[in-house]
Write a protein that binds this ligand. Structure first.
Ligand code: AMP
Length: 541
């Protein structure tokens, strides 16, 4: 067989040769902008030439601080296909974390959306390696900003206009293509570097029918940010397959997203659970008939949410599991043929799992004390570990690396899971989120799932709080749905019988909102800080 490298330049070539008339649509403040794949590929090549003109090193880091747009997608390919490394900065990290990751990655240039420049500007003086700032105009007003005195702002369009399209040729498939930092809430973020090969293979995996099955006929709405774990591979897959891409831009409010799903006849819309919680009511009364799949992950998809979509939209949510470290998609919860005739309840339970490993990914669970592999019996709980060609082998230039890998090179995910005999992974918790009650574990994820099944509950998170006798007991932090009423007693009564008696929360607090992390997950750390001194009514028992 021919030994051809698996590199991303081939995807750009496909866009210009095989799908030049297909569109990339971007929602902007001034309305919807459309470019064809052909125009996009030409711009991408000219952007790569501009990186040469700017003097960005042959393997230099090219950072983005941007929403999901067609321009951001140019950078997704212009950087790696010219040998550089794309570094997508998470716009919602704490300022000191942004400084840390820009300096740690040694970014040479940052491409920033005009609407985000105000957020970035005060940090610019803290960057040690950045030589250029390039502004991508998105209709936001131009204002003077602190932090930019004496800094020349380059204009993305002017750079492109001055260039001829570059030729792409990457010979080494193991060359770095992009990098992302984890959005972890403790310590500095850790960097993961993806190669052309890992990205190529992950892109192919996004096209498997048994994954999300991206195809040419799809119209893809990646609500998941392009700075969060490669937009789950959908941006790459959309280009490779020749799909229509619909980029939501800065306006991420549920009504705008629901509007795009209807007006652009979106077939595949992907985002974290909190997004789909907000969008569901906005979809009421709209034509969603084009939708065929709603991939969702990043945190556990509540069964009640998936079922609510099935009831209203006619389509349950398709749960996937992964991490920044796993490119990110590692498992997807499609229903296998031999279980497909299960009851509605059984199928909903299957879809509430994190799914089965994709071809190319190996998953196992290991005893946390001994490291021994545990059986796939649906009850043995252990740390989930992953191996495969799109699973990271280390963190970028980070002394914390070794503790995250086993002696035989598997990634220790920090998730606690069971695996069923059919190969379905069920995440029980993050290692640090399980409630450790009297030597036994209570799964905060499972408890939240049951609480969120109550119709009066909008959101709920469970944390362990200190208990004098049991070491920790569960505290339910609950957001009541608008116009609904709920008491702690009513909730406990509802849970009684749905979970083991000793799992019932010792207390329920009602809060206005569950705090979210930079990528829209429930921030248990914030809740733990807030309720660190909470005295449980059972503390004296
Ligand atoms: P990130 O690197 O930000 O994507 O975070 C990865 C972590 O998100 C995983 O280790 C899990 O703890 C969590 N996660 C991702 N997908 C799911 C899912 N479908 N269900 C539960 N947790 C998930």
């Amino acid at each position: 067989m021919q030994d051809r490298p698996l590199t991303l330049d081939g995807f750009v070539e496909r866009a210009e040769r095989l799908s030049p008339r297909k569109e990339i649509v971007t929602a902007t403040v001034g309305g919807v902008e459309r470019v064809t794949h052909g125009e996009w590929a030409d711009r991408t090549r000219r952007l790569a030439a501009a990186l040469d003109t700017l003097g960005v090193s042959a393997d230099g880091r090219v950072a983005t601080f941007a929403w999901n747009t067609a321009r951001h997608l140019e950078l997704y390919f212009a950087a790696p296909c010219s040998g550089r490394v794309l570094h997508t900065l998470n716009i919602r990290l704490f300022p000191e974390q942004v400084t840390y990751i820009v300096n740690h990655a040694q970014d040479e240039v940052i491409f920033v959306d005009r609407s985000l420049l105000g957020l970035l500007a005060p940090l610019v003086p803290t960057f040690t390696t950045v030589r250029h700032l390039v502004v991508m105009e998105d209709g936001a007003p131009v204002t003077d900003l602190d932090g930019l005195d004496g800094v020349e702002l380059l204009d993305h369009e002017a750079l492109l206009a001055a260039e001829q399209p570059a030729e792409f040729r990457i010979d080494d498939e193991l060359r770095a293509a992009s990098m992302c930092y984890t959005s972890g809430t403790t310590g500095n973020p850790k960097g993961v570097v993806y190669t052309h090969r890992s990205t190529y293979l992950h892109t192919m995996a996004a096209m498997f029918t048994d994954s999300v099955g991206v195809s040419e006929s799809d119209t893809i709405l990646p609500v998941v940010p392009m700075f969060h774990a490669n937009a789950w591979g959908l941006a790459h897959a959309g280009v490779a397959a020749g799909s229509t891409l619909v980029m939501p831009g800065p306006n991420m409010v549920p009504a705008a997203l629901a509007g795009l799903i209807e007006s652009e006849r979106v077939t595949l819309a992907a985002g974290v659970p909190t997004i789909w919680m907000g969008v569901l009511p906005e979809l009421a009364g709209r034509d969603t008939s084009a939708l065929r799949v709603i991939p969702c992950g990043g945190s556990a998809v509540p069964k009640a949410l998936s079922e609510a979509y099935r009831a209203q939209v006619g389509l349950p949510i398709l749960q996937a599991w992964g991490m920044t470290e796993t490119s990110p998609v590692a498992s997807v919860a499609n229903v296998v043929s031999w279980l497909a005739d299960g009851s509605d309840e059984e199928l909903a339970d299957l879809r509430a799992t994190q799914g089965r490993p994709l071809v190319g990914v190996q998953l196992r669970i290991a005893d946390q004390a001994t490291g021994e592999e545990l059986p796939w019996d649906g009850t043995s709980r252990g740390e989930l570990q992953a191996a495969g060609p799109w699973i990271t082998a280390s963190y970028h230039d980070d002394p914390r690396s070794p503790e995250s890998f086993t002696d035989d090179g598997w990634l220790r995910t920090g998730d606690v899971a069971v695996i069923t005999p059919d190969g379905y992974v069920r995440i029980v918790d993050r290692t640090k989120d399980v409630v450790k009650s009297g030597g036994e574990w209570i799964s905060s994820v499972e408890l939240e799932n049951e609480i969120m099944a109550h119709p009066a509950v909008a959101e709920a998170a469970v944390i362990g709080v200190p208990h004098p006798k049991w070491s920790e007991r569960p505290l339910a932090c609950v957001v009541v749905a608008p116009d609904a009423e709920l008491t702690a007693d009513e909730l406990i009564e509802f849970l009684d019988g749905r979970v083991a008696k000793w799992w019932l929360p010792d207390d329920v607090v009602f809060i206005d909102e569950v705090p979210k992390t930079s990528v829209g997950k429930f921030s248990k750390k914030d809740l733990r800080d807030r309720f660190a001194d909470h005295v449980l009514p059972t503390a004296g028992d």
